[in-house]
Design a protein around this ligand. Structure first.
Ligand code: LMR
Length: 393
């Protein structure tokens, strides 16, 4: 049967890891896959994570199954983190998932189980893996305008106009903060307007919450989620602990289902659990147990907030640094958008040929459309990076 297969091209983001690793140039720069790096270029394990792991090693008595929904303490702590403890009611259910991507997959399977002919709308552009996940479930996909690549800013008018024409009952996939790949987020006022249209038109928000805490703070970054949870009847929130706890390979995340009332919530939750059962039987525990220990221990939680704040600040600092280095070299390339965007990524403002040239000529690696991971920049490589950018422009 395998002779029927042709070769699947490698994932455009993940292949950069290998390409960069195989590049023997000592001055190569990795602005590819979305992992955090500190000022020395390393992806550290957070101090609080190490401590929680030590605690688990010493105290965990069993590796027996916990259950389909995962650990209740973890789920509640995550729900409070996402919804800011301001609203806890039986319209919400949070279940443990193997990272944010599995959460998205379960959410979309759940949507499709309910209605076969709806469309899921994604931003143009969106994370490289969104459309493949949607396609693998077999839902209709369409795009809404989001980013103006000419002026490197949000295309808010286009976005709102499109939302106003999306049929009721369709799903709109939104990024809670740190839009991947552009880093450009709506302002709180714009989120108000988006929420009004969504609520009025009875569109269902599916929110990808992969970067909470990396833009402006934990509570600030959940602004859109909290607002929508108050205003809409139904929504789904896929949260990831990969970036804000640095637990990438441990696959920790949650799916939060918001529905009209306790009964519909219970029913929707039961279907989500059935999907999980056929997908991975039960969710993995280790990363979630680490997060649970941190969030449920005041001292560790406080220290985590400080460590996460350092991640956020470093990303902001690198935005300023690269913008400055480019301004020092030319007045012809406006890179001010770098300092207006949030989180790990920005569109640099170069085309795909220039991306290739940067890789081949200068050993600078970034995703094909010119998405850069700000965490790959250091005080040591920023000048070489700015020179490379100017060279290809
Ligand atoms: C990214 O966008 O680079 C990260 O979310 C990693 C991934 O899996 O694509």
């Amino acid at each position: 049967m395998f002779e029927k297969f042709s070769l699947v091209p490698p994932d455009p983001i993940l292949k950069l890891i290998v390409e960069h690793k195989n590049d023997t140039r000592s001055n190569k720069i990795d602005l590819g896959v979305g992992v955090f790096r500190d000022a020395s270029g390393k992806t550290p394990i957070m101090g609080v994570v190490k401590e929680a792991e030590r605690y688990l090693l010493d105290t965990q008595q069993s590796k027996a199954y916990i259950g389909l929904a995962g650990d209740a303490d973890f789920n509640l702590a995550m729900q409070n983190l996402i919804l800011d403890q301001s609203v806890t009611d039986d319209r919400f259910a949070t279940i443990q998932t193997a990272g944010g991507s599995t959460s998205l997959r379960v959410a979309i399977e759940l949507i499709r189980k309910s209605t076969k002919d709806l469309t899921v709308w994604v931003s143009e552009p969106t994370w490289n893996n969104h459309i493949p996940i949607l396609d693998s479930v077999g839902v209709n996909v369409d795009i809404y305008p989001y980013y103006d690549v000419i002026n490197n800013q949000l295309n808010f008018e286009g976005f709102i106009e499109c939302l106003n024409n999306i049929p009721s009952g369709d799903v709109v996939l939104l990024h809670a903060c740190c839009h991947n790949p552009t880093g450009m987020d709506p302002t709180p006022e714009q989120w108000q307007e988006i929420t009004e249209v969504i609520a009025k038109r009875k569109i269902i928000p599916l929110i990808d919450n992969a970067y909470q805490g990396l833009a402006n703070g934990l509570s600030e970054d959940a602004f859109a989620i909290k607002l929508m949870a108050e205003k809409v009847d139904e929504m789904l929130i896929a949260s990831s602990c990969s970036k804000n706890f640095g637990l990438y390979r441990d696959r920790a995340g949650t799916l939060t289902i918001v529905s009209e009332n306790a009964k519909t919530n219970l029913h929707a939750r039961s279907h989500a659990l059935k999907i999980i059962r056929t997908m991975c039987s039960v969710p993995p525990d280790h990363g979630c147990a680490v997060v649970s220990h941190i969030l449920n221990n005041n001292e560790l939680r406080d220290r985590w907030i400080i460590e996460l704040g350092e991640v956020k600040d470093r990303l902001k600092e690198m935005r300023v640094l690269l913008n400055q280095a480019l301004n020092d070299r030319t007045a012809d390339f406006d890179s001010s958008h770098l300092t207006k965007a949030n989180g790990m990524f920005s569109y640099l403002g170069v085309n795909s040929e220039q991306v290739q040239e940067m890789k081949i000529k200068h050993g600078v690696y970034m995703e094909g459309a010119g998405r850069i991971n700000l965490a790959g920049i250091t005080k040591e490589n920023v000048n070489a990076l700015a020179d490379a950018i100017i060279d290809v422009l």
